[in-house]
Design a binder for this molecule. Structure first.
Ligand code: 5AD
Ligand code: SF4
Length: 494
């Protein structure tokens, strides 16, 4: 396991090993030499800043990237005036790409002031040839580009770049089209000590017609259950009480393994891990959500009472063109089955407005589902044309002003309902995992209920990472104000 590898004992005069992860530990050790030379020259360690765009998958990837940089000896910072800046990019919607180009303009200025600064780009946007071509042409000061399939190679790529003879420094570009490999046992550096994402699978096979993910993250690959369980046990030993099992479509987990296992079976096994308190997962495709999974969620006491179930559209016709493979009626039936099994579950969703060909009637169908399901919250998106996806080539694109007007109506509806739904637990006492001090009120802490709703309550920083009982006093829009019920075991005997 990575904790047992002493980088200083690796023989740097030997050739780098061919097999992974040993090869990457060799390059981490080599990076460490570079870091020490930097320290000798500058009297301080080089700083590294990772900026993450996009989803939970990217957030988890960034923890792995930071793990590699920390092993090499970089000092983490959240300021972009750093010696090494890495953007982990997203490309699900065009505005994510535009953000990266905007930031690169800013980095250009920083690099003028600090020519030794290293700039790297990775993630989904780098899997797009057009984006990489544009960066090569218009942003030649970028040092390293890599994609989603080889993030484990960060140390090797840094060595390749820093090893170039100075004056002849060329951009290192290493983007893979696909991979079957899953490299285990690399270091990670968690953002929160008490909770962690855990990848259970990578990629997606669904090819929803608007979505670029299958093209940039590749085909579905599941990790072996034993590797997942071992990672979670290790996390628990390290103080983690909540895990979020991550995959683009967790409901199809395990299908491609030599010994297939269902997501429901995996969930039951994770639930048995001693010391673990909470289990979340993301994302579920409605077409694959089985009765077996509903049963497992109901049975497993650690599985949180929250399900993210992307709707995308309420119109069966549009769902067909989106290639979602369920209808409005099936989705509503599914919601009923879930609520019957777990009446207290909170449901959240993703909705796209302005998909090609969406009529006012189609949009009304979406509003109808929103009113019937009454989501706890919903992420609403304006359809964004992604080159290479089938929907981008459709002729009947919805005019921007029409889509925007629908988007505003949907947002109003979603927010109104979420405000009403949030109050349903007012007055009850619930378990809260305390996450951090409240940003807005001195002496208050912020945590989450099992159903993922945020709660603020008076308390001290010593509570971070603990699960405490809180009375939900007042609902305010999408969060509660609460007061802590003192731990009875901590009371003096009467
Ligand atoms: N345009 C707008 N939203 C999109 N999503 C995915 N692709 C697009 C697109 N081209 C949304 C979906 C998905 C979420 C992560 O992003 O709602 O569930
Ligand atoms: Fe994209 Fe559909 Fe796969 Fe989700 S299930 S990542 S929306 S293709």
């Amino acid at each position: 396991m990575y904790q047992e590898i002493d980088l200083d004992k690796i023989d740097m005069n030997a050739e780098p090993p061919a097999e992974e992860p040993a090869r990457q530990y060799y390059f981490m050790a080599k990076c460490r030499q570079w870091v020490r030379e930097f320290e000798g020259k500058n009297g301080r360690r080089p700083t590294a800043c990772i900026q993450t765009f996009g989803c939970q998958m990217n957030a988890r990837d960034s923890e792995k990237l930071l793990g590699i940089l920390s092993q090499a000896g970089f000092q983490e910072t959240d300021r972009e005036e750093a010696d090494f800046v890495l953007y982990n990019t997203c490309t699900v919607r065009d505005n994510a790409n535009q953000k990266v180009y905007g930031h690169l303009g800013y980095l250009r200025n920083l690099k003028r002031r600090n020519p030794d600064m290293l700039i790297a780009l990775c993630g989904c946007m780098m899997q797009e040839k057009t984006a990489v071509d544009r960066i090569k042409k218009s942003y030649p000061f970028v040092d390293i580009i890599f994609g989603t399939h080889n993030i484990f190679k960060l140390a090797e790529l840094i060595c390749k770049r820093t090893g170039c003879p100075s004056g002849r420094r060329e951009m290192v570009v290493d983007v893979w089209d696909s991979t079957e490999a899953i490299v285990e046992e690399l270091p990670t550096e968690r953002k929160f000590p008490f909770k962690s994402g855990v990848n259970i699978m990578f990629g997606c096979n669904n090819f929803c017609s608007y979505c670029i993910v299958p093209y940039v993250r590749g085909r579905e690959r599941s990790r072996e259950p034993e590797d997942i369980l071992a990672e979670i046990r290790r996390l628990v030993q390290d103080g983690v009480v909540e895990v979020m099992l991550l995959g683009q479509n967790v409901n199809s987990y395990g299908k491609n393994l030599a010994h297939p296992i269902t997501f429901a079976q995996l969930l039951r096994r994770v639930n048995e891990i001693e010391g673990l308190e909470r289990i979340r997962f993301m994302t579920s495709h409605p077409k694959d959500l089985s009765p077996e999974l509903i049963e497992a969620m109901k049975d497993c006491d650690k599985v949180c009472r929250h399900l993210h179930l992307p709707l995308q559209s309420g119109s069966s016709r549009i769902l067909g063109v989106m290639n979602r493979r369920y209808t409005k009626e099936r989705y509503l039936e599914l919601v009923e089955e879930i609520r019957e099994a777990m009446p207290d579950i909170s449901l959240t969703t993703d909705i796209i407005v302005g998909f090609p060909g969406e009529t006012e009637e189609d949009f009304e169908e979406t509003l109808d589902v929103v009113r019937r399901v009454r989501y706890d919250s919903a992420f609403t998106f304006l359809y964004s044309k992604r080159t290479g996806t089938p929907a981008a080539a459709m002729e009947n694109q919805v005019p921007e002003d029409v889509a925007k007007e629908r988007f505003d109506r949907l947002l109003k509806e979603v927010q109104g309902i979420a405000g009403e739904v949030c109050g349903r637990d007012t007055g009850t006492v619930q378990k809260v995992l305390v996450e951090c001090p409240d940003d807005h009120q001195e002496g208050y802490m912020t945590g989450r209920l099992s159903n993922n709703t945020i709660v603020h309550f008076p308390g001290g920083k010593d509570l971070v990472g603990r699960i405490v009982e809180v009375r939900l006093e007042e609902a305010r829009g999408f969060y509660y104000m609460g007061s802590r019920i003192q731990d009875r075991s901590a009371c003096e005997p009467c």
